[in-house]
Design a protein around this ligand. Sequence first.
Ligand SMILES: NC(=O)c1ccc[n+]([C@@H]2O[C@H](COP(=O)([O-])OP(=O)(O)OC[C@H]3O[C@@H](n4cnc5c(N)ncnc54)[C@H](OP(=O)(O)O)[C@@H]3O)[C@@H](O)[C@H]2O)c1
Length: 215
Amino acid sequence: MARIAVIGANGTIGSAIVAEAAARGHVVTAVVRDPDRYRGEAAFVERADVLDPAEVARIAAGQDVLVSAVGGGNGPGHLALIEPAARSLVEGLRSLGERAPRLVAVGGAGSLETAPGVRAWDAPGLPEPVLQTMHAHGAALDYYRTVSDVRWTVLSPAAEIGPGERTGRYRTGLEQLLTDAAGHSRISVPDYAVALVDEVDQPEHIGERYTCCSL
Ligand SMILES: NC(=O)c1ccc[n+]([C@@H]2O[C@H](COP(=O)([O-])OP(=O)(O)OC[C@H]3O[C@@H](n4cnc5c(N)ncnc54)[C@H](OP(=O)(O)O)[C@@H]3O)[C@@H](O)[C@H]2O)c1
């Protein structure tokens, strides 16, 4: 049993991570901006803004793992949030020194390779807000890769992540965009949550980004 705080616990992916972790018996704290709106399975609810390192430190203290599943809505929203959040998360955790929990952050698929030297965000015709979202996650990942004094992990979803069943089965990889047996790069939200909580339970990707896809 681990103590896990999930920032973005009201979101599509964050709420599934909370549900998966709670179902496994972990003690989950939902970290949201409006606790009155929280209706999920977490045992505890805290209010915090991910962009405030002092608030990150406050909610991370005493946890085993801090999960960030924050999202900024549209493309400009992601530009304003994702890399600054990465810096705030690291600064907040760094301030806790050896007491800092691990960080597992939800990432993006845009920086994954679709061919040698070609990334998903190089595909022609991607709308500008999508590109902004992809590059916001790319910038956050570039930043995490400069960090060696905080234990971080980034889990990039497949290209498509959406509603679907919890099969509990998925494949993982590191830098390549993965596809399923039908050639689609996709994973259901519940299976993504399974993959992320598996990493919480059994750390295999500290200090790196990895990705998951349905079979
Ligand atoms: N294929 C892909 O690469 C892919 C696909 C989908 C999603 N994603 C990524 O996955 C992440 C989560 O996506 P989602 O669909 O679950 O997003 P979502 O439903 O929009 O949820 C995002 C959550 O972030 C929280 N948040 C935003 N700003 C915050 C702040 N300053 N402090 C604290 N919390 C804040 C929001 O809290 P409030 O409830 O308070 O507003 C919200 O609950 C995003 O970063 C998204 O880019 C990647």
